[in-house]
Design a protein around this ligand. Sequence first.
Ligand SMILES: Cc1cn([C@H]2C[C@H](O)[C@@H](COP(=O)(O)OP(=O)(O)OP(=O)(O)O)O2)c(=O)[nH]c1=O
Length: 616
Amino acid sequence: MVLSPVIGKLLHKRVVLASASPRRREILSHAGLRFEVVPSRFKEKLDKASFPTPYAYAIETAKQKALEVASRMHQKDLRAPDVVIGADTIVTVGGLILEKPVDKQDAYRMLSRLNGKEHSVFTGVAIVHCCTKDGQLDTEVSEFHEETTVKFSELSEELLWEYIDSGEPMDKAGGYGIQALGGMLVEYVHGDFLNVVGFPLNHFCKKLVELYYPPRRKDVQRVKHDSIPPVDTFENLSDAEQGSSDPAQGNEGGGHWRAEAGGDRGQVPAGSQGADSNGTVGVTAQFPAGLLELIDGFKASKALFTACKLKVFDVLKDEAPLKAMDIAGKIDASVCGTERLLDVCVALGLLEKADRGYCNTDLADLHLASDGEYSLHGLAMHSNDHAWNLFTDLELAVREGANAAFGRKAEHPVQSKQTKLQFMRAMHGLTNLTARQVATAFDLSRFTSACDLGGCTGALARALTQQYPRLKVTVVDLPEVIEHVPCFQPEGRQTEQISFVPGDFFKDNLPEAELYILSRILHEWPDDKVHELLSRVSGSCRPGGGILVAETVLEENRAARGSLPASLNLLVRTQGRERTLPEYRSLLEQHGFWDVRLAHAGDRLDVVLGTRAAPP
Ligand SMILES: Cc1cn([C@H]2C[C@H](O)[C@@H](COP(=O)(O)OP(=O)(O)OP(=O)(O)O)O2)c(=O)[nH]c1=O
C-alpha cells in the first residue's frame, strides 16, 4: 500500500499515543500504526493569554501531554518508549478558545456561540522522540498544527438542547462531535475532516516524511533523473526501516542501507546500484522490509500464543519485575528458551525489559493475562489451538470454496466438546471489548425487551442492560453453551434483567421480544440459512419491533476495514461470509424490515438496525 512506507517507519519502534481520546486511537490504528495508549495526566491549564496564537496554545498543550507520558514511563522502568505522540484539539470563535464543556450549561454557551457561524478547529500535534542517555531521558520534539474551518447552520434552541441532552458534547472541544450526531449541525467543512475529529492524519504523514525522509543534497547531485520526491507528499516512498534517518539519532545518521540512488525512493544493499550509459545512478532493487515482515508475521503470532499458553503474562501480572530464570521456573520451561521468547515479546511491545527483569506492558496486563474483563487470552488460545490448524487448510478452502472445506475439516467450534469452553472464552473477550459500542451505536431506549440470539455468555446483554435500565434481555443459545454461562458471570453482577434460555434458534420457538439481536451470527451462515433464520425472526417480531445485526459490514468494494483476515477465517471455518450494507439491507427488506440503518461500533464491528413493517 502506498501509505505504508511512512507509517512503516514507526512499525519497529515502541510508539505510545499519549491520549485518552478514542477518536485519535481509531484514526491512528486505521492508518496501520501499532502503538500503546497511555493517557496523559497533564492538566490542560496553560495560560491561554500568554500564547501569541490559539494554535501555539494547542501545540504547547499537545507537547506537554506527550512529555508527561514520556517522563512518567521513563521513571517507571528507566526506559522511555521510542516515540510519544500527543495532540490537543481546540475550537476558536470570535477570538475565544473553546475546549471541552464542563457541564450542560457550558455546552449550551459554546454551541450558541457557534450557531450559524464559521469557526476554526485547530489540532496541535507533538511527536516526541525519546532516548535514554546515562539513565537520563533525552527528548526531541517535532510539532505542527492543522486548521479546519467549520460552519454551523442556524439551529433552534430546541435542537441545541436536544443535542446537549444526547450527552455527545461533553468530551469534545467546542461541545460537538462532527463524526456523529454533531455532523447534522454542520453546513460545510473546509480542510481536513479528521483534524476536527482530533487528529490531522494527512499532516502527520507529511511530518513523518519530513522527519524520516529528508532530501539529501548528496542524492540530488548524484541522481540525474528528477525523481526526488518533494517532502510535502508521502506517496511512492519505499519503506526504509533499516538505516533510516531516525530523528532521534540525527538526520544524517542513516545507515548504509539507505537509498544511494533515487533519493528517498528505495533502498538498495550497498553495492547493488549501477550507472546506465547516461551516468544515471539507478535503483536495482528496493529492500522489501514490509514484505519480509508479512512473511514473518506468523512467527510473531505464534510467539504471542505461546507466551499466553505458558501463562507468562499471568505470572508477570502477579509478580514483576522477574528475571528470565525466575519466569522459566514458574512456567516450567528452559531458561534459554524462555529468555528468547521473553525478548521477542519485548520486541513485539508485549513486555518491557529493565535491569530488574521483565514486566507486562499495560496492553498485556489488560488483554493477555487470562483474567479481567477485557482479557483476550481466550481468543489467543482459540486462535492457537483451533484457528491455526484451520488456516493450514487455507489453500484448500480457497481452491474449493467454503462449502467444500466445511465438513471435511472445519467442524463448527461450538459443536466440538473440547473446544466449546475455549470458544466461549474467545467470544466473551471479544464481545466485552465491543459490547458497549454495540449497545450505544443506536438509541435503543424505546425497546423494553430484547432477545439476543446466540448471545453466548451474555456479555452483550450485560452492556445493554447497563445502558438501558428498562430493558429485559433473553439470551438464547445452545444448551451446551448455556450450561457453562455461570463460569462467565462476574461475581455480584448477576442481574434480574437478563435471563438465559437454552435452545436452537433454527428449531425452537423464539422468545417474544420487541428487539431481536444477531451479533456475529449471520456471517457464520450461507444465504439459505440466513433466510431461514431471518424468516423465523420476522415471524416473531411485531410491527414496530426491531432487528439489530452486529457484524463487520464490508465496504462496497468488498474490502473490510482491518478485517480481511477475519474474512478468511470465515472461509476456512464456516460456510458463511461477510456482507455489504446493500446485501444486509436486501436480506432484511425481504423479511419485512424497513428503515435499515448502519452505524459503526468501533474498529472492527458495525451495527445494522431495521424496523419490522406491518404486514401488507
Ligand atoms: C470538534 C470536535 C472535537 N472532538 C474531540 C477530539 C478530542 O478528543 C476532543 C478535544 O479534547 P482534547 O483535550 O484535545 O483531547 P481528549 O481530552 O479527548 O484526549 P487527551 O487529552 O487524552 O488527548 O474533542 C471530536 O471528537 N469531534 C469534533 O467534532
